[in-house]
Design a binder for this molecule. Structure first.
Ligand code: NAG
Length: 280
């Protein structure tokens, strides 16, 4: 009984940890320069927006909130967008984490944005909801190895293809390559299509010779990678401390479980020996 339980724990920790660290991995974060004063109405509004976002992430993958201020510049706008292929629990835990990291990173600032692997959260006093924005926020390309690949080109072409219903999330694979593209839910289909096309053109021109690339614009992203989107993280070592901690934890839990298993097994053996000796 104890044995199978321990075994289960080991296997579970192996299974759960990768997906958790995947959706919670840090991609980027940034804050406005303008600082709000401690205890101000604005700060109260920001906190109320952030908790609304966290609450609504338990049942939906996108939402927007506005808290009006006494003047227009004191109005706070906020949105979150979860990756299209994660479930409510993952979305909710991702947004919770993003909001808590924003609280630290953008302490008392007028605006902030943070992207984790599984979700995006942004708040500001400038009305950005429903406004297309193709500012490049992050560009990461794999090593430039002069790659030419039909499979990669197929992935990008599919992600970019216009079918009139483009909305928020699309993923595909071809051969060894997979890719994903996503917009925030406040864009219309045509704005989303336009934003994703822009990101993909940048992937082609800037990461063209690489086995993987990520382009994050302010309201959308496009990514592709050889061998699965989450399997090539050995190539970039920025901002993966959380991952490392989680990996270390998983290994530790595995080790403890293994040691416990051995102890249980040994005590079982010694009891068996005693019994046999007693039987003689
Ligand atoms: C913002 O949220 C409101 C209320 O949930 C919704 O009706 C509206 O469509 C949203 N606007 C955008 C641009 O997503």
């Amino acid at each position: 009984m104890a044995l199978s339980l321990l075994f289960l724990v080991t296997i579970l920790s192996m299974m759960i940890t990768p997906s958790i660290s995947d959706t919670n991995s840090f991609i980027f974060g940034g804050c406005s320069r303008l600082k709000s004063s401690p205890g101000s109405n604005y700060e109260t509004s920001v906190n109320s927006i952030l908790s609304s976002l966290v609450n609504s992430a338990t049942f939906t993958t996108y939402s927007n909130f506005t808290v009006p201020g006494t003047t227009a510049s004191e109005t706070v706008y906020g949105i979150f967008q979860c990756r299209g292929d994660i479930n409510n629990d993952q979305c909710s835990s991702c947004v919770q984490r993003a909001v808590s990291q924003l609280g630290t990173l953008c302490f008392e600032t007028y605006g902030g944005a943070l992207q984790l692997e599984g979700c995006f959260v942004k708040y500001d006093n400038v009305k950005f909801i429903g406004v297309e924005d193709k500012t490049e926020v992050v560009k990461k390309c794999g090593p430039s190895i002069g790659l030419t690949s039909d499979a990669r080109d197929d992935v990008l072409a599919y992600l970019e293809s216009s079918d009139g219903v483009y909305k928020t999330f699309r993923t595909t694979s071809s051969g060894d390559f997979s890719g994903a593209a996503q917009c925030t839910g406040d864009l219309s289909s045509s704005e989303c299509q336009d934003c994703v096309s822009d990101a993909i053109q940048r992937l082609r021109s800037e990461c063209g010779g690489s086995p993987w690339g990520d382009i994050y614009l302010a309201k959308c992203y496009a990514r592709y990678s050889e061998g699965g989107l989450h399997s090539r993280r050995g190539n970039d070592d920025e901002n993966h401390n959380d991952d490392e901690i989680e990996k270390t934890l998983a290994i530790l839990i595995g080790l403890i479980a293994a040691v416990a298993l051995i102890i249980v097994f040994l005590s079982f053996l010694s009891k068996l020996c005693e019994k046999q000796r007693g039987a003689k």
